[in-house]
Design a protein around this ligand. Structure first.
Ligand SMILES: Nc1ncnc2c1ncn2[C@@H]1O[C@H](COP(=O)(O)OP(=O)(O)OP(=O)(O)O)[C@@H](O)[C@H]1O
Ligand SMILES: [Mg+2]
Length: 361
């Protein structure tokens, strides 16, 4: 049975629908992420799971039990917020002990559990400090320890790494994966950072304007986005308007005005005549000198419009016909090499017959 089941949940504020008929099931032990742009309804949904807010319609079930009459403190759920929400006048140990005290645990048990929790977030010698004596990353680890010390069935995390700098954020991401594995607690994690969602999650729900657009594993979300919104929100992607001229289970033949024919992977439900777009990731596109022989099925000549050097790789934006652009990514793997082409250079771009994906309009 699913640990958490969200059934057709809707939440309106006045005439505005913040969460629109959302259904999600989360299995026990899962690291599940709600991903979407600012204002799409992630926090609103999380608050309803925690019990701080109630749906206008629909149901939220935990272990098969409808939570409608259950107040937040009676739900087997704990929430970790971006702002840490530590008690400033309490030591680290007392902060972590707080949920145990509220639950009426004995002092001996509290001491052992707090020690274990401090160890699990690598803060064993920090129990006597106060929050203002900690770095941002340490504060966040205390918040995790406090969230996990009572072994909730479900831990809700609302952008918990949002306030940390990039390097620390990456470290904490790895710690979070390990913590979740060790503790076996089910996580519902909220972020608007797509790379974070891809790195951490077993499954992701991509949200937009209160709707769930797609629920899938990270590789499916990235490789097989269901529509333009998901394709565009997750990672970089080039989108080129195209029409289907031939549809087979294994492949699609597309027609792009001014460019000609493009082959891409087959997709269920797509038929000849459909209007839509080819979506293709920069790392799937090969960029070469125009004279080089093209071995891949789809190949065109183009002109470098612009490029973006980010250290490990350079992304080239290539104009392949009037108004159609495609991005190609090239690793800067040879020492000191920053770029291979200049803006204005003629280049060849090519990609495999099964690369990219067709998206219906
Ligand atoms: N109490 C409220 N009253 C009125 N409108 C609200 C209330 N809470 C949220 N909203 C609106 O509902 C929408 C969803 O808000 P929510 O906080 O869930 O977004 P979010 O996805 O968490 O965004 P962010 O990434 O910025 O945190 C927003 O347009 C917000 O203004
Ligand atoms: Mg939010």
């Amino acid at each position: 049975m699913a640990l958490l089941e969200i059934r057709n949940v809707t939440r309106r504020f006045g005439s505005y629908t913040a969460v629109n008929n959302v259904s999600i099931t989360v299995a026990a032990g899962e690291f599940f992420t709600l991903l979407g742009p600012s204002g799409c309804g992630k926090t609103t949904l999380l608050r309803m799971i925690a019990g701080f807010d109630l749906p206008d319609s629909g149901q939220i079930l935990l272990d098969g039990k409808d939570m409608v009459g259950t107040p937040p403190e009676k739900r087997p759920v704990h929430t970790v917020f971006q702002t840490y929400a530590l008690f400033p006048h309490m030591t680290v140990a007392d902060n972590i002990a707080f949920p145990l005290k509220m639950a009426g645990k004995r002092p001996g048990e509290i001491r052992t559990k707090v020690e274990n929790a401090l160890g699990s977030v690598r803060l064993s010698n920090f129990g006597n400090r106060f929050p203002h004596e900690l770095s941002g990353g340490q504060k966040q680890r205390v918040a995790f320890a406090r969230g996990l010390v009572n072994r909730p069935r479900l831990l809700l995390l609302d952008e918990p790494l949002g306030a940390l700098d990039a390097k620390l954020r990456e470290e904490m991401q790895i710690e979070l994966i390990n913590l979740q594995k060790e503790m076996g607690v089910t996580f519902v994690f909220v972020t608007h950072a797509q790379n974070e969602a891809l790195a951490l999650s077993h499954r992701i729900a991509v949200m937009n304007h209160g709707n769930v657009e797609q629920i899938d594993e990270p590789s499916k979300i990235y490789g097989f986005p269901i529509n333009r919104f998901v394709a565009d929100f997750i990672g970089k992607i080039s989108i080129i308007s195209a029409q289907v001229v031939e549809a087979a289970p294994s492949h699609l033949k597309l027609h792009v005005p001014e460019l000609g024919e493009i082959l891409t992977i087959g997709k269920e439900g797509v038929k000849a005549g459909d209007q839509g777009a080819l979506a293709i990731r920069p790392e799937q596109v090969r960029i070469t000198h125009p004279s080089e022989e093209q071995r891949l099925k789809n190949h065109f000549l183009g002109k470098v419009h612009d490029f973006l050097y980010v250290g490990d790789v350079t992304t080239y934006i290539v104009e392949i016909s009037n108004g159609a652009y495609i991005e190609a990514l090239l690793p800067n793997s040879s020492p000191g090499r920053a770029k291979f082409f200049e803006a204005g250079d003629m280049v060849g771009v090519s990609w495999r017959h099964d690369a990219g994906i067709f998206l219906n309009d």
